[in-house]
Design a protein around this ligand. Structure first.
Ligand code: FAD
Length: 452
């Protein structure tokens, strides 16, 4: 008996229920990853490079256990069908997905495999802690508000962690491609983190040992960089959210509680997207239009040249690392959608072109949250970049790290270079003046939303 395990956003051997189920039921297992032409357009360079690390490491993890990873390229359903035919497999295991694409993939796989006399087994609780739909309010298919969702989520709790297998036997003669390499991907951010399960597990362990304790107090400190940075690993599934939640809870304390709450936010957005796949591009709750096009301002925002140092620092961090601090994401998104009044989809698209953790559920729904079209219960809140800077980068260290033109400006004066007395303007190079006067942006926003 041969079973196939189709890896998608779960590139690990630890805590992997589909792999465990296949190994329990079958004599031999084909661990398969398809470089799916159907999602090729979604894969930005940073994610492609990180993915290459993940595939190499997954292959290494399987080889340590006597197996290997089979990589194929093509349309996912066709490639799975080919492997099933070649190996005479009787079941294919896959992690239950959330996006509209994942649902379509699952449906088409089920149909095709049925014709081949093969079962499709979709496993819940692999990509999220609590599967979408497992907790729902009365008479609705998903929660639209986080707080009640979180209450139910905490009561439901994640399943138990599944141990990594000791041995994986792959049938002889199943051909695969050469594994992709990060070095072959062009246009990767120079500071991109390393991918792969080993890197993810090392990061989680060091985070639990020495980071999580201070998380509650320091998660918003831009310069302190005191968040876990686990998001790319959660996105590619090199760390399972269930294991992360259990191990964090075992660490205990308010930092662990706050961290687990963030994992619940991740699940929350996933269950919204699962129920409302159109929220990936359409306004989820409140429709707003009259967005401005403002191409020059959008370009300045993308390049980190708005003249608001904290906005520019965060946008440059994104370009340099393919990752941005959550507080940076919030304030740069607010700046684009509320101060410049540009459609959230423009910002979401730019983020997805660079973010190593860029994913449809978290990115689009956080953008909608900030735009006031989504699940935020205060849809008209505007984050003033100067107030944000003073609160979350009080000494200006974050700005000096990412905006070299301002590296010599001391203290919090770095947030308002245009008014720092005695500052040698020439020394700031071509750092721009603010592209918008904040009160004008606010007045425009209020007019657009009829708030006066
Ligand atoms: P930590 O603070 O250590 O949190 C732990 C984990 O919890 C994160 O890794 C992440 O998986 C989850 N998490 C934390 N905050 C959120 C949140 N608000 N929503 C959902 N999950 C959360 N996160 C992504 O994973 N992918 C995205 O594409 C993405 N786009 C975003 C776009 C905008 C405009 C905003 C405001 C937020 C976005 N986030 C996204 C959420 C959040 O900013 C990142 O998850 C977080 O910054 C990742 O850093 P970390 O791993 O150090 O987080």
């Amino acid at each position: 008996r041969v079973h196939v395990v189709l890896f998608t956003s779960d590139l690990r051997v630890h805590d992997h229920p589909p792999l465990r189920a296949a190994l329990t039921a079958a004599d031999a297992v084909v661990p398969l990853f398809v470089r799916d032409t159907g999602v090729a357009g979604f894969l930005a360079a940073n994610r492609e490079a990180f993915l290459a690390d993940c595939l190499r490491d997954l292959d290494a993890g399987l080889r340590e256990r006597g197996g290997r990873l089979v990589v194929r390229s093509g349309a996912v359903v066709d490639e799975v069908a080919k492997v099933v035919t070649e190996t005479d497999a009787c079941a294919v295991h896959v992690a239950g997905g959330v996006s509209a694409y994942a649902h379509r993939r699952e449906d088409r796989l089920r149909d095709t495999l049925r014709r081949l006399g093969c079962d499709l087994v979709a496993h819940d609780g692999v990509v999220t802690c609590v599967p979408p739909g497992a907790v729902t309010p009365d008479a609705r298919d998903h929660f639209a508000v986080f707080t009640p969702y979180h209450r139910h989520w905490a009561r439901h709790g994640p399943r138990a962690v599944v141990r990594a297998p000791r041995a994986v036997r792959v049938p002889d003669g199943v051909g695969g491609e050469v594994l992709p390499e990060r070095a072959d991907v062009a246009g990767v951010s120079p500071g991109l983190a390393e991918g792969g399960e080993r890197a993810g597990r090392a990061l989680l362990t060091s985070w639990l040992r020495s980071g999580i304790g201070a998380y509650e107090d320091r998660h918003d400190d831009l310069a302190g960089d005191a968040t876990s940075r686990l998001s790319p690993h959660l996105h590619f599934g090199t760390i399972g959210p269930v294991e992360a939640a259990h191990r964090a809870r075992a660490a205990g304390g308010p930092g662990a509680e706050a961290f687990v709450r963030q994992l619940a936010w991740r699940d929350f957005h996933h269950q919204v997207l699962a129920a409302r796949p159109d929220a990936a591009h359409a306004d989820y709750r409140t429709q707003h239009d009259h967005w401005r096009r403002a191409p020059r301002e959008v370009e300045a925002w993308q390049e980190g040249r708005t003249g608001y140092p904290v906005v520019d620092a965060a946008m440059r961090q994104l370009r340099h690392e393919g990752w941005m601090h959550n507080r940076g994401r919030l304030l740069t998104a607010s700046f684009l959608v509320k101060t410049l009044y540009v459609d959230w989809r423009v910002g979401a698209r730019h983020f997805l072109s660079l973010l190593v953790d860029g994913d449809v559920a978290n990115n689009q729904l956080n953008w909608q949250w900030m735009a006031g079209t989504g699940t935020d219960s205060r849809p008209n809140r505007v984050l003033n970049p100067l107030t944000q800077a003073k609160r979350y980068d009080p000494d200006g260290a974050y700005v000096r790290r990412w905006v070299p033109e301002l590296a010599d400006v001391e203290g919090s004066a770095v947030h308002t270079p245009w008014k720092a007395a005695g500052l040698d303007r020439a020394a700031l190079g071509d750092y721009p003046d603010p592209i918008v006067h904040l009160p004008d942006g606010l007045a425009r926003f209020k007019r657009a939303r009829n708030l006066d």
